[in-house]
Design a binder for this molecule. Structure first.
Ligand SMILES: Nc1ncnc2c1ncn2[C@@H]1O[C@H](COP(=O)(O)OP(=O)(O)OP(=O)(O)O)[C@@H](O)[C@H]1O
Length: 513
């Protein structure tokens, strides 16, 4: 692969791409399963290097190679930055149907096209789901800073990610965080019509302008998602877990206040405003809900979760926030503890296994009860614990079955139920007063307000998932975003003067030593 200086665009074409076979790799285990295809951990046979292979799903493609994959490859080829996942090469496999059958569970790959990525030990959702794991404040600052630095680089280079969420933030055991899954990303440099799809970004992380039907938008959409991730890291669980689009908007308005011409000039011009405007004014409650957060954290959160996309902080503004320049400073990524690998796919699988075990134990107990109810009680003394009652038994570990949060794709249907038990340890305000149990109707919408499914513009009131661009590429329009491209994203990440605590904001956001 041609080398470029990190932080610069890679404009060279790599001629060898696609010329190698996937047979150069040995499949180790599956680490991801997405809308897009499966992801495997694999070893390159010759060098022994561990990589991640993402199989490009072709089964639904009548029209050849999927446009989303072409976009992802094109965008990733041009981005070169330490906080963006590195696409190393593309490999192919021409296995026939018989081979595919035979290799289904073996260590060979089936036919198709694979993207070869550098391997990352965790994704943020998988890592945060580890029982007993507690992120420290310097650690949260460290991850947030890397997320913002990577995103700033994307935006400077006129790329919108459009699917920022925990499972797309990969972390290695050196503490490096990298943005991944550019399947919904798009370059907005040569578009001049502003007709982009609004059916992007996983529901819980989707900004109000998209939910209100905007098709002219810019980097601010990613910044809303960053706000949701930040809130989640501090609060310990997703802060806006809507079940469907109307409920999502309602949750946003309950937390951020209802939009009006004062706090969001021109909101009434968004395509679906009249369908979804709240029936009563609602107060902005971020500072009240999260009142126990550190004031700098609260200030950053407040600026990220700003309703008006034009007033929402950019990645550069966020990197300049006092939060990152006051004690405790972000830690050096290398100083972070090393954890056993954890990907959302695996933690979910483990949980599923645990739930199955619990079910089995329940059924066995019930059977046992049924068998013995008519017998005199027996005293069990000195008996070894059964395989279901040992110290590692799930019942003894008392872990509630948890939903992994929304990581299913984009089109309005988050993975997992809406009420998600706390998956983070307390690191901010645990008694912050944010009531996730408030129902969709609590916020002033009348249920009848939504057009019936299939009628009218936006969403059916039923909360049914809406087909999205991966399934229907027609959703992608061409045209520029309507946000101003003036200097905001024009330069390198500069700071705003010396860090009072010794760091220098002009030094590319260097780490605390
Ligand atoms: N380079 C990598 N190293 C390690 N794990 C990875 C890598 N790339 C992806 N994964 C794992 O695979 C999962 C799915 O990958 P990715 O998001 O790229 O696929 P997708 O099909 O677009 O999934 P989704 O539909 O959830 O967005 C990630 O959440 C992550 O856990």
């Amino acid at each position: 692969m041609a080398l470029t200086v990190p932080g610069q665009l890679n404009t060279e074409v790599i001629p060898s791409w696609g010329s190698r076979s996937v047979d150069c790799f040995e499949k180790l285990e599956q680490i991801g399963e997405g809308t897009y295809g499966q992801v495997f951990m694999a070893r390159e046979t010759k060098s022994g290097e561990i990589v991640a292979l993402k199989k490009i799903r072709m089964d639904n493609e009548k029209e050849g190679f999927p446009i989303t994959a072409i976009r992802e490859i094109k965008i990733l080829k041009k981005l070169e930055h330490e906080n963006i996942i590195k696409l190393k090469e593309i490999v192919t496999c021409t296995g026939d149907a018989k081979d595919e059958q035979r290799n289904q569970d073996g260590n060979k790959f089936m036919g198709g096209v694979y993207m070869v990525f550098e391997y990352m030990d965790h994704d943020l959702t998988g890592l945060a789901d580890r029982p007993g794991l507690r992120f420290t404040v310097p650690q949260i600052k460290c991850y947030m800073k890397q997320l913002l630095t990577g995103l700033h680089y994307c935006h400077v280079n006129q790329v919108l990610h459009r699917d920022i969420k925990g499972s797309n933030l990969l972390i290695d055991n050196e503490g490096q965080l990298k943005l991944a899954d550019f399947g919904l990303a798009r370059s907005f440099s040569n578009d001049h019509g502003g007709n982009l799809t609004n059916r992007v970004i996983t529901l819980w992380y989707r900004p109000p302008e998209l939910l209100l039907g905007a098709t002219r938008y810019g980097p601010a959409v990613d910044m809303w998602s960053v706000g949701c991730i930040f809130g989640e890291l501090l609060y310990g669980k997703p802060i806006l877990p809507g079940k469907n689009e109307p409920e999502q908007l309602n949750k946003i308005f309950e937390l951020c206040g209802s939009p009006d011409e004062n706090n969001w000039p021109d909101v009434s011009k968004t395509p679906w405003y009249n369908n979804f405007k709240p029936t009563r004014p609602m107060k902005r409650r971020i500072r009240e809900m999260f009142r126990n957060f550190d004031r700098h954290a609260l200030d950053l959160l407040d600026h990220l979760l700003t309703l008006d996309p034009n007033q929402r902080w950019t990645a550069k503004q966020a990197l300049d926030a006092d939060y990152f320049w006051n004690d405790p400073l972000p830690c050096d990524p290398k100083s972070l503890p090393k954890y056993e690998s954890s990907h959302e796919f695996q933690t979910k699988k483990k949980r599923q296994q645990q739930r199955q075990n619990e079910e089995l134990v329940k059924r066995q107990k019930l059977q046992h009860l049924q068998q013995h109810t008519r017998l005199p009680p027996i005293q069990h003394t000195g008996q070894a614990p059964s395989q279901w009652q040992g110290p590692n038994h799930p019942l003894n570990n008392a872990q509630p079955p948890v939903s992994a949060g929304p990581s299913h794709h984009h089109y309005g249907k988050p993975r997992g139920p809406p009420v998600v038990p706390n998956r983070y340890p307390p690191s901010g305000n645990q008694s912050g007063g944010y009531n996730t149990n408030r129902g969709a109707q609590a916020g002033g919408y009348s249920g009848s307000q939504y057009p019936a499914q299939g009628r009218g513009p936006p969403y059916g009131g039923s909360g049914m998932p809406v087909p999205g661009p991966r399934g229907a590429p027609t959703g992608y329009g061409v045209g520029p975003p309507n946000y101003s491209q003036s200097n905001q994203y024009g330069g390198s990440v500069g700071g705003r003067g010396p860090n009072p605590l010794g760091g220098n904001r002009n030094q590319q956001y260097g780490w605390q030593q």
